[in-house]
Design a protein around this ligand. Structure first.
Ligand SMILES: [Zn+2]
Length: 201
């Protein structure tokens, strides 16, 4: 089987249980990059993500654009995100994804200094755009799928001022169509760690 890694950012949210239901139904594994502030609102979703065999990564505490804040603020955002997860799971993740993939040399050095591995993505259907419908998301992912890719999807939306859609239903619907296509095409959905080397920036 050809491994691929589905990843979900900006949760947990009210769409996370729907994503988890679909993943369970299709015996697929995924990786969730959660926002610390959301973790505190929905700790049960975080516990369920891990209990059902998925991987958890951090996506900062409040989802700022890291390239626009100071070193100390970058550290506080990353550490705060890890602590929010630790409060729920009593352990810290080792994977990290920068909001909007905004991470350059300085930010990546801090990520590494904090013992984290930065994860990017190869397939980016931009499902967070308000105009993206489920069929477009489904086609964009399926057309670019190949062995070893990391796919970026969203099971929630960030706090202001980041602009994003406020309804993640199109991603849930796209997933409902995508997951049954994987096995017949020879793909297996695994976690980022199971995939091996994360995508380079
Ligand atoms: Zn995000």
């Amino acid at each position: 089987m050809k491994p691929v890694a589905l990843t979900f950012d900006d949760g947990p949210s009210r769409w996370t249980p729907l994503v988890l239901d679909l993943l369970r139904e299709h015996e697929a594994r995924a990786t969730f990059f959660v926002i610390g502030a959301r973790v505190r609102e929905r700790p049960d979703d975080v516990r369920r993500i891990v209990a059902e065999g998925h991987e958890l990564g951090s996506h900062t505490l409040t989802h700022p654009r890291l390239t626009e804040i100071s070193d100390d603020e970058v550290r506080a955002e990353i550490t705060g995100g890890l602590e929010a997860i630790e409060e729920v799971l009593a352990e810290r993740p080792t994977l990290f994804r920068a909001p909007g993939f905004y991470a350059e040399r300085r930010e990546l050095a801090i990520v590494e200094e904090l013992g984290l591995e930065a994860v990017f993505a190869h397939v980016d259907p931009q499902d967070w755009r308000p105009e993206r419908d489920s069929h477009t998301i489904f086609r964009l992912v399926l057309d670019e799928l190949r062995e070893g890719v990391i796919v970026d999807l969203h099971d929630g939306y960030p706090p202001r001022p980041t602009s994003s859609r406020t309804d993640c239903t199109p991603t849930v619907e796209a997933l409902d169509h995508l997951l049954p296509c994987l096995q017949p095409e020879g793909y297996e959905a695994v976690t980022v760690s199971q995939l091996g080397t994360p995508a380079a920036p």
